[in-house]
Design a protein around this ligand. Structure first.
Ligand code: ATP
Ligand code: MG
Length: 429
C-alpha cells in the first residue's frame, strides 16, 4: 500500500485521542504557544507524538512550524540557529534542555536547481510529513486545536502495530539507506511488525547500508546498543542479514554461527537489564559484549598458535573490514578488555592467572564483564573476578608465587643499567 503525496490529512480531534497537554514538556508547550500566538502553525512532531500515543515517555519534544528560522529567532531570546545545509532553531532552557524547532521542509527533488540544494528546501506541512521515514514518525499534534494531523496513515499503523515506510520503500532506502536501520529499530523496540513491502525492500537493498558514512553508522549503533532494547534489535538485524552488512566479516560470522548468535543474544539481555536499571554501562562495556562471542571464536580457533593474542585480535578486526567505523580508542579498548577477559576465563578453568593484568587500565572493565557473564549483573564493590577465583582456588598459590616473582624482577631492574629502557617499555604498553 503506497502512500502518495496528494491525500487530504486524516484529522483526529482532541476528543478522539489520548494526548493531553499535561504529558507534554512545559517548555515545549511554551514554544508551541508562542509560535501559535504569533500567527504561525505550531506542531509537536516525530518521536514525541508517537511515544505519547503509545503511552511512553518521549525522550525529546521536537516542534515543526511554518515560521522561517529568522522569524523563530526573533521570537525567542534563548534561540540559536544551527546547521549549515538545513537551518534548525534550538531553543535553550534551564538544565541544558533544548527544544528543537524546524521549519516544515520537503525532500529536495532531483529537478531542483543545484543552488536550491544548498539552501533550505522549505515545504508545506504535507511535504514535511512525506519526507519523514516511517508513518508512525510522521504524525503532527497541532497546538491550535489539540488535534492530531495524519497525512500518511500513521494512526492506522499504530493501531495495527506495524512499521511502514512513507512512500516507495525502494526510493526512500536508496535516498538514505539508514532508513532500513530505522525501520528495524522502531519495529524491534516497539515489538511491531514490518509492513510487507517495507520489509521486502530491505532484503533487496540491504547492501546499500554499507555505503552510508561509517561514522554515521557508528552513531546509529550507539543509539541501539545502549537503548535497553539491544536484544530485539540485534535479533531482528540478524534476521535481515544486516549484521554482515554493518559489521563486515565479524557480523557475517556471528550471523551464520548459531552458537555465537545465541551467546550474543543472551549477553545482550544482560546488557539491556543493566542499561534499563541505569547501571551506567559504558560504551566500552557495551561494545566488548557485542564482540565477545566472535573474539572467543577467534581465540579458540587461532589463539593457541598466535604468539601475541592481542595482535591477533587487532589483525582480525582489521581483516573484517567493517563498514561501520569504530573510533580507534574504542577499538583498542575493546581489544584490551576482551584480551583480559579471556585470560580471566582461562584462569578460572586452569587455576593459573597472569596477575600482572590486574594492574592494567582495562582490568576494571574486564572485571565488570566477567561479572555480567558469570552472575548476569554488574557486581559493584569487590572485584568479582578475584572473589570468584579465590572461591574456586582457595589457596590461590599461583597468585602469591607470581607476586613474589614480580618483586624479584623489579628489584633486578632497579639495579640494572637497563632500568630506563625497561620502564620505558612498560609505560609504552
Ligand atoms: P527517538 O529519538 O525516540 O529514537 P525519533 O522519532 O525522535 O525517535 P529521531 O532520530 O530523533 O527519531 O528523528 C526525529 C524525526 O525525524 C523522526 O521521527 C522522523 O520523522 C524524522 N527522521 C529522522 N531520521 C530520518 C531519516 N533518515 N529519514 C527521514 N526522516 C527521518
Ligand atoms: Mg528524537
Amino acid at each position: 500500500m503506497m502512500k502518495t503525496g496528494t491525500s487530504e490529512p486524516h484529522i483526529l480531534p482532541r476528543s478522539a485521542h489520548p494526548i493531553s497537554r499535561k504529558d507534554i514538556d512545559p517548555d515545549a508547550l511554551k514554544v508551541l504557544y508562542r509560535l501559535h500566538r504569533s500567527g504561525f502553525k505550531a506542531y509537536l512532531v516525530g518521536g514525541a507524538v508517537r511515544d505519547l500515543l503509545l503511552g511512553k515517555k518521549p525522550k525529546d519534544f521536537d516542534v515543526a512550524t511554518d515560521a522561517r528560522p529568522g522569524q523563530i529567532k526573533k521570537l525567542f531570546a534563548n534561540c540559536f540557529l544551527i546547521g549549515r545545509r538545513f537551518r534548525l532553531a534550538h531553543i535553550r532552557f534551564k538544565g541544558g534542555k533544548i527544544i528543537e524547532v524546524a521549519t516544515f521542509r520537503r525532500e529536495p527533488h532531483e529537478l531542483d536547481e543545484p543552488e536550491a540544494d544548498k539552501n533550505n528546501t522549505f515545504g508545506t506541512p504535507m511535504e514535511d510529513a512525506f519526507r519523514r521515514d516511517i508513518t508512525i514518525n510522521a504524525l503532527f499534534y497541532d497546538i491550535g486545536n489539540f488535534s492530531i494531523i495524519d497525512y500518511v496513515g500513521g494512526l492506522e499503523d499504530i493501531r495495527q502495530r506495524r512499521v511502514c515506510i512513507v512512500g516507495d520503500p525502494s526510493v526512500r532506502y536508496t535516498e538514505d539507506p539508514v532508513r532500513m536501520w530505522r525501520v528495524i529499530r522502531y519495529a524491534s523496540r516497539q515489538n511491531f511488525s514490518i509492513e510487507e513491502e517495507t520489509a521486502r525492500a530491505i532484503e533487496i537493498h540491504r547492501e546499500l547500508l554499507a555505503t552510508s558514512s561509517g561514522s554515521r553508522l557508528f552513531e546509529e549503533l550507539n543509539k541501539d546498543i545502549l537503548s535497553g532494547f539491544s536484544t530485539p534489535f540485534f535479533r531482528m538485524m540478524a534476521s535481515y542479514h544486516m549484521l554482515g552488512v554493518i559489521l563486515g566479516g565479524i557480523g557475517k560470522k556471528v550471523e551464520q554461527t548459531h552458537g555465537m548468535m545465541t551467546a550474543l543474544l543472551r549477553l545482550l539481555e544482560t546488557l539491556d537489564a543493566a542499561s534499563r536499571k541505569g547501571d551506567g554501562v559504558s560504551q566500552n562495556i557495551a561494545y566488548s559484549i557485542l564482540f565477545w562471542p566472535w573474539v572467543q571464536g577467534i581465540l579458540r580457533e587461532k589463539g593457541s598458535l598466535a604468539g601475541d593474542r592481542m595482535k591477533l585480535l587487532a589483525d582480525e578486526f582489521m581483516a573484517a573490514s567493517m563498514p561501520i567505523i569504530l573510533p580507534k580508542v574504542l577499538r583498542t579498548n575493546v581489544i584490551h578488555t576482551l584480551y583480559i577477559l579471556d585470560r580471566m576465563m582461562n584462569g578460572m578453568r586452569t587455576g593459573r592467572m597472569k596477575w600482572m593484568l590486574t594492574k592494567r587500565a582495562h582490568y576494571p572493565d574486564a572485571a565488570v564483564l566477567f561479572s555480567l557473564l558469570e552472575y548476569g549483573h554488574i557486581n559493584q564493590g569487590q572485584d568479582p573476578f578475584l572473589h570468584a577465583f579465590r572461591m574456586k582456588y582457595p589457596d590461590h598459590a599461583g597468585e602469591r608465587k607470581e607476586k613474589v616473582q614480580r618483586k624479584r624482577r623489579r628489584r633486578y631492574r632497579k639495579s640494572s643499567k637497563h632500568q630506563v629502557e625497561a620502564s620505558g617499555r612498560e609505560a609504552a604498553r
